[in-house]
Design a protein around this ligand. Structure first.
Ligand code: NAP
Length: 276
């Protein structure tokens, strides 16, 4: 036992927009844990040095965000299978033996949010459509395949990006032309938007949504706004809809548990804190 106060934080640049300090700070207070969670604006050129120093200053780990999620894999001593498959890490654990352990909890956060918003979701109910092929799509696809989704229809504006992503995941992932996106919704049990479309300051999604039915579950990773046009239309059709905020909250759970020794609950209060 030591009397040291465990420290954690989030590293990225820029970092001021991050909700993670509020979320972890809220849990530390709620569970009466003596610890702290600090936002750190660190350039790529300083990242290696900062990661070396932090454990000596009492840090037990950090979250990693844009633009360091890929770079950090090269700086870690141990990388989980899921972080390797996704090609990025968002959670680092500084072990007592001095080694840095890298994990990716985005897929976990996505699935937990999906299960909590659609408790009756059955992974084997049918194909899932994934819109977008960026970093977030990798985490989503990996977690859906792990859950037993039989087929993923992947479509992205830049087709070659979808094709190279699909290559990593085997023949359960099929690439569909972006112009065909509207046509694949009809047979899909689940539709996931992992593009930035619909986000404040970005373009609106223009995919025709008439293929959606009341049996389709629709989830959006975008959480600003909380209800995107995609979710509004899907809700009006009668689909179960799930916003992206829960993913952000749930991905924070495994890190908090490893660093501070208690598994926090994601509830309405946690959502309210993240929305402030
Ligand atoms: P990324 O790697 O930059 O990928 C962006 C994706 O959006 C790509 O598929 C890109 O297509 C597509 N896109 C961007 N502008 C487009 C346009 N005008 N038309 C069509 N497609 C467009 O970003 P990311 O990290 O995957 O994040 C994607 C979104 O997920 C962001 O909105 C992010 O905030 C959100 N996200 C949410 C959570 C959460 O916890 N809720 C976690 C991670 C990410 P191209 O390949 O053609 O450029």
């Amino acid at each position: 036992m030591t009397n040291k106060i465990p420290l954690a934080g989030v590293i990225g640049t820029p970092i001021a927009h991050s909700k993670s300090p509020e979320i972890h700070g809220y849990w530390l207070k709620k569970y009466n844990i003596a610890g702290a969670y600090i936002p750190m604006d660190v350039n790529t050129s300083n990242l290696k040095e900062v990661l070396k120093v932090l454990p000596k200053a009492g840090f037990v780990g950090v979250n990693i965000t844009i633009p360091h999620k890929e770079t950090v894999l090269e700086l870690a001593d141990l990388v989980t299978d899921r972080a390797t498959l996704i090609g990025a890490a968002n959670t680092l654990i500084f072990r007592k033996d001095g080694k840095i352990h890298a994990d990716n909890t985005d897929g976990y956060g996505f699935l937990e949010n999906l299960k909590s918003g659609a408790p009756n979701w059955n992974p084997s109910a049918g194909p899932a459509t994934v819109l977008g092929a960026g970093g977030a799509a990798r985490a989503v696809i990996s977690s859906l395949l792990d859950s037993g989704v039989p087929e993923i229809l992947l479509t992205n504006r830049t087709k070659i990006r979808a094709e190279s992503l699909a290559e990593n995941f085997g023949n359960r992932v099929k690439v569909i032309d972006w112009v065909q996106a509207g046509n694949i919704l009809e047979g899909s049990a689940l539709v996931v938007n992992t593009t930035a479309l619909g986000m404040v300051g970005k373009k609106e999604m223009r995919i025709p949504l008439d293929g959606l039915s009341i049996n389709t579950i629709v989830t959006d990773l975008v959480y600003t706004p909380l209800e995107t046009d995609l979710l509004t239309t899907a809700r009006q059709i009668g689909c179960v809809t799930i916003d992206g905020l829960g993913m952000l909250l749930h991905q924070a759970v495994p890190g908090f548990e490893r660093w501070f020794g208690l598994r926090p609950t994601v509830d309405n209060d946690t959502r309210a804190i993240a929305l402030q």
